[in-house]
Design a protein around this ligand. Structure first.
Ligand SMILES: [Zn+2]
Length: 246
């Protein structure tokens, strides 16, 4: 697997940004907003395999750690879920988030098996597809707070686009796999009703797919520490904006 390191980036939110969020909380009398950040898949069942043979869980863990740091810098409380990759079930994920205000599952996407081609990477045969790429967000119509779920998904997608990330446009296409109904297509938000982490919960919830790790160029971009930092920055900004707008 490619080595991954945590970005040490000099860019930080200005002190007034964190201070302003703190004032909003204290003046409204609300508790500090808490976000549960769930690392998708486990060490034993690692999810998708990238074009270069790396495990999705490892991508998810790096980005989730970045996101946890970015949320904390904005004055939000954070509850990590499955940082050790040992969680026992899908249902346990939303259960561990109970009491938070928002749940986000961090994932990286693959493509339908029919699209895969073989190539030789570093002496091993791997599979890839350069057909589809981009980030996407999923919400469930069975979630008890669909309104907030949708608002946060759109806010995250909008901030990512503003930061230069490209939204996936293929999820409604039957040729790309099971077609998903768009909820906010311009921001790559789609309905995925029967995802356990999105509907077996009392919280507004979003599943985030950072990009397609079967796409050879996008895999490299997703491994870039500066890119990871910018992506986490945009996600955290979107979450803070949508939760404080309630
Ligand atoms: Zn996944």
């Amino acid at each position: 697997m490619p080595a991954r390191r945590t970005a040490t980036c000099a860019r930080r939110p200005p002190p007034w940004a964190v201070f302003t969020l703190g004032l909003l909380v204290s003046h409204s009398g609300l508790h500090a907003v808490e976000v549960s950040v769930d690392v998708g898949h486990t060490l034993a069942a690692h999810g998708a395999t990238s074009a270069r043979g790396a495990h999705e869980f490892d991508f998810n863990l790096v980005l989730a750690r970045q996101l946890i740091g970015q949320l904390a810098e904005r004055g939000l409380r954070v509850r990590p879920v499955n940082l050790d990759g040992l969680i026992e079930s899908l249902v346990a994920r939303p259960q561990q988030a109970t009491g938070s205000d928002f749940f986000i599952a961090v994932h990286h996407d693959s493509v339908h098996a029919d699209l895969l081609q073989e190539w030789d990477w570093d002496g091993t045969i791997q599979t890839y597809s350069d057909r589809y790429s981009g980030f996407s967000l999923f919400v469930s119509r069975d979630n008890p707070d669909l309104t907030t779920s949708l608002r946060c998904a759109s806010a995250i997608g909008s901030r990512l686009r503003r930061a230069g990330f490209v939204p996936a446009m293929h999820h409604a296409n039957p040729l790309a796999g099971i077609p998903r109904q768009p909820a906010d297509a311009s921001n790559a938000v789609y309905y995925y009703d029967k995802l356990v982490v999105l509907y077996r919960t009392t919280l507004p919830a979003v599943l985030f797919e950072a990009g397609v790790i079967k796409h050879r160029a996008e895999e490299l971009a997703l491994l870039d520490p500066e890119n990871q930092w910018r992506m986490a920055d945009a996600i955290a900004t979107g979450i803070a904006a949508c939760l404080y707008a309630r």
